[in-house]
Design a protein around this ligand. Structure first.
Ligand SMILES: [Zn+2]
Length: 203
């Protein structure tokens, strides 16, 4: 089946040709001097925007450290900035993720928590799924007492087109284990995030 046209990854040349088609569709002349390098640059941008398809998030988290001092409090990495692209319009979703877990025996280097956000952000996404994927992967690999992922993001498909609502951000959260079951644990997390306890969207 792999030689079916739909399964074959297009060549770089075909991808650049597709960009020229979109330029013509937009009303441009791809031969215009200023646009000569554009298909190449767009394709190279795609290599960055969608680099996450080549990464294995489970392998990324697999190297963990045994707890040194029996640490069993919340680990929170907040304000992880990310850029993603919405799968409906292929325009940017730009936001911040807050990732927390409550370790059970194993901890992971904190840079890995930021990397895991990037792996899922660098794919076509919807914010709800990205939030769940990050939480589920951390939960599956580290098997902690709980995981919480909160994402706040602006969607350019909403701010620059369609309903044109600049300044609007969307908040999604996924709480697993202790963060879901124990309101004290959840409150502690929210206070670490600087929100009034008991507030709103995360209950
Ligand atoms: Zn969209």
């Amino acid at each position: 089946m792999t030689d079916q046209p739909n399964d074959r990854r297009p060549s770089r040349e075909e991808a650049e040709e597709a960009v020229r088609t979109l330029l013509r569709w937009a009303g441009e002349d791809p031969e215009r001097e200023g646009l000569h390098g554009t298909p190449d640059r767009v394709v190279r941008s795609y290599e960055e925007f969608y680099a996450g398809y080549a990464d294995d998030p489970v392998a990324l988290l697999a190297r963990t450290f045994a707890e040194v001092e029996d640490y069993d409090e919340i680990v929170l990495l907040r304000d992880i900035r990310f850029e993603s692209h919405c799968e409906h319009h292929m325009v940017p979703i730009i936001g911040r993720a807050h990732v927390a877990y409550l370790p059970r025996r194993r901890v992971v280097g904190i840079s890995k928590l930021a990397r895991i956000v990037d792996v899922y952000a660098r794919r076509l996404q919807i914010q709800e799924r990205m939030t769940a994927q990050i939480a589920n992967t951390i939960n599956d690999v580290l098997q902690p007492h709980g995981v919480a992922v909160i994402i706040e993001a602006g969607h350019q498909c909403m701010t620059t087109r369609g309903v044109h609502r600049p300044g609007v951000s969307m908040v999604t959260s996924r709480m697993l284990g202790a963060f879901r079951e124990n309101s004290d644990t959840r409150r502690e997390l929210l206070s670490m995030l600087g929100r009034p306890s008991g507030a709103s969207a995360f209950d």
